[in-house]
Structures are given as C-alpha cells and as structure tokens.
Design a protein around this ligand. Structure first.
Ligand SMILES: [Zn+2]
Length: 398
C-alpha cells in the first residue's frame, strides 16, 4: 500500500510490504476521525501550494525555481541542528503568508491539507496527497500562528510597523474557518490559537494580546493562546521577562485555552520550566523535554510531577523533536513515552510543521509503531487524549 521512509538518522526504513504487514499484524482499530492539536500555519500549507501563493503575490527571493524553492523550505535531516535553525525558514513563509488574502488562502489550504492528507501514509515531494486510502481523517483541528507576523511586520528600533492591518488579517482568518466549516456541513471543526513570540518585544506581544482580546469577544473561532519561538532568545529565566509574559497572557483575556512551548531545548532548565508553568498556567505544553531530561540526568522529578499534579497534557511532535535534536532517536522517544506513562502524565502526538517536514499524522504514528517506540494502546490513548484536551467547544462534528 505505501512506503514510509522518514529521512531521519536512526529511523528504520519501512517498505510498502513491511508497513502493510505491520498494520495487518497489529490489526488496530483506528478511529475514523481524529483531533490534531499542535500544528503551525507556517508549516501547514503544502509547499506546492505555497509556491503558487508566492508566484501569485510576486514574492521575491524564493529561489531559482520550484525545485529550489522546495529544497530551501523543506526541513530535512542534516539541514537542521537545533530549534534555532529549525525556525529559520519561518520568516520567509510568514512573509509569503502576509496580508488578509494570503492568510485566508493559507488557512483554507491548511485545513484541507489536514482533512485530506493527515491520515495518509504517503505524500508527494511538495506535500501532494499520495495514498489511495487514509488511516483516518483529521476532522477537529487546532491551527496556531501569529497574526502580527502576517502583517509583513518590520521591527525598527524596538517598535514595529506592518504593511497590513492586523484586524483585517484576523478577520480574514476567522472568515476562512467559518467558510470551510459551512462548506463541510459541520463535518469539520477548526479553531485558531494565537502564538505570542519569544522573539518579539513586550510591546509587540502586547499589541497582539489586545487584538486577541478584542477578537475573542467577537468570535468563538479563537480558542487559545500559545508562546512560541526561539527559547535561546527569551528563555523566561529572568523574573522580569516572565512577569512581562504573564501581563501579555492576562491582557489576551479570559476564556482562552492556554498552551506553551516550553522545555524543548537546554536553554530552559527545570527551574525555569516550573516557573513558566506556575506563572503562565497552561493546561497543555508543547514538547516539555526539559522536565524529562531533568529526571533522567539528575533524578529531579519536580517538573514531571508538576505536569501530573496540574493534569497538564503534553503535546509531543515526534519528527520535529528528532529534527531539532530535542530527542536523539526513536529509541529515546520510546523512553520519553514510557516515562510519561510511568508518572501518569497524558500526551498527544502532532505534526508541528507537516508540510515543511514532509510528513503526516498517520506517518508519525506508524513510525512510532514500526520502531517499537509506542504500542497500539499508547497511540489510541493519545488520540483519545487529543479529543478530550482540545480547546475547541465540545464535540459538535456531525
Ligand atoms: Zn510547535
């Protein structure tokens, strides 16, 4: 049926027959519809569609042709060594996606990508759907992104000025979700999570927080807030910086789900990890590897116990964590999963940037199964957790 060959060191290559045999042997009963919680808009438009948007908008600096463009943007093993280099291509993508019409188009494409190819085990080089059949369809979908970074924002002397109006950008994004939901006659449910940036100034993040509050009052399509970006730039280890982030989160207003990228790199130690959670009060966290490493390396279980006590759900993104080096290989990933189970901490699996990593949720889950890093029971449990931990209103998909 399919070939799973993730281009990762230490990843076993699985042939068509192997995958078929594996799935047959496991005889897993996959749910028909699943929920995905952790996907960035910048990494969610298939590259062949992003290329078309760039051509349509007359964007400069996109390489010497289509293949070159794909090569520049695809995040592959050997090209990326850490989170900072992983995030480099986002600047270019955010510019391509800037402005109300690009944002609208990108969101419509991103939702369709999830629905159509999220369950596929094979994709074309630019992210085209490649499987005749899917393991499942993603029908509840949380999409995270930073509206300020879609204004063509330019930062000068600590202040920012964008080409496009942030209200128009957000309005377009809200419309895009509503239009797709109408088109699908209630068979799909989507919400936006707005990401504050570790790389943005306090003033810029506050501007986004004020817009978040304003638009949250107008629509239920904005379901949560997040903190993303390079931990090296702002690990929040300074009490002043952490207080600033608390102010930003508070300004965004009540009634929003909270998730935070924290502990993906060694720039965040376990003390900072704990303080970040205590101050920003998330109910979910993005790849909290620092808490697990503190336990393994220093027998310090404070971070992981805090996750358990607060019933915080971990959003794990397998291929992304392997590419950035947050987790060494799939064998170590298996250890991450069993450690979380040992402490009774819940987790889900997501793709983070499926279009840039050339992956799908189905590929990631089968990769875990094929390598023995996760069991069918762990995978099915993670899908149930995603359903339950979603910031979307209670299940309303037809
Ligand atoms: Zn992420």
């Amino acid at each position: 049926m399919t070939v799973v060959t993730p281009p990762l060191s230490g990843t076993p290559k699985t042939s068509t027959t192997d995958t078929d045999a594996l799935l047959e042997r496991l005889s897993m009963k996959w749910p028909k519809h699943v929920t995905e919680l952790h996907v960035h808009l910048g990494g969610s438009v298939p590259l062949y569609r992003l290329w078309e948007i760039a051509i349509d908008r007359g964007i400069r600096g996109i390489g010497s042709g289509y293949e070159d463009f794909v090569n520049i943007l695809k995040i592959q093993d050997g090209k990326v060594k850490d989170l900072d280099s992983y995030l480099e291509v986002y600047d270019k993508i955010e510019l391509i996606q800037s402005g109300p019409s690009s944002v609208r188009e990108s969101i419509i494409i991103a939702i369709h990508r999830a629905y159509r190819t999220g369950g596929m085990l094979k994709l074309g080089p630019g992210g085209e759907g490649g499987s005749p059949e899917s393991l499942f369809a993603i029908r509840r979908f949380e999409l995270r992104w930073n509206p300020l970074k879609r204004t063509g924002a330019v930062f000068l002397k600590g202040s920012h000025a964008g080409l496009y109006d942030m209200d128009r950008v957000i309005k377009s994004a809200v419309n895009a979700v509503e239009e797709v939901e109408i088109g699908f006659h209630g068979q799909i449910q989507v919400g936006h999570i707005f990401c504050f940036g570790r790389d943005l100034t306090f003033e810029a993040n506050m501007a986004l927080a004020r817009k978040t509050r304003l638009w949250r009052e107008k629509t239920n399509k904005i379901i949560g807030i997040d903190l993303a970006g390079q931990e090296s730039i702002n690990p929040l280890s300074s009490p002043r910086k952490l207080e600033e982030m608390r102010t930003i989160f508070e300004e965004a207003g009540p009634g929003l789900g909270r998730t935070v990228h924290v502990g993906e790199t060694p720039h965040v130690d376990v003390d900072t990890f704990i303080k970040t959670i205590e101050v920003l009060k998330p109910t979910r966290v993005g790849h909290p590897i620092a808490a697990i490493r503190a336990l393994w390396d220093k027998k310090d279980d404070r971070g992981i116990k805090l996750l358990k006590e607060r019933k915080i759900v971990c959003e794990l993104c397998v291929k992304s964590n392997l590419l950035t080096g947050a987790v060494k290989d799939l064998a170590e990933y298996g250890k991450v999963i069993s450690t979380l189970d040992e402490y009774g901490v819940e987790y889900t699996f997501s793709t983070d940037a499926p279009s840039l990593q050339g992956t799908s949720l189905a590929q990631e889950l089968v990769m875990l199964l094929a390598s023995g890093a996760a069991t069918p029971d762990q995978i099915l449990r993670s899908l149930a957790v995603a359903e339950r931990a979603s910031f979307l209103p209670p299940h309303t998909v037809a």
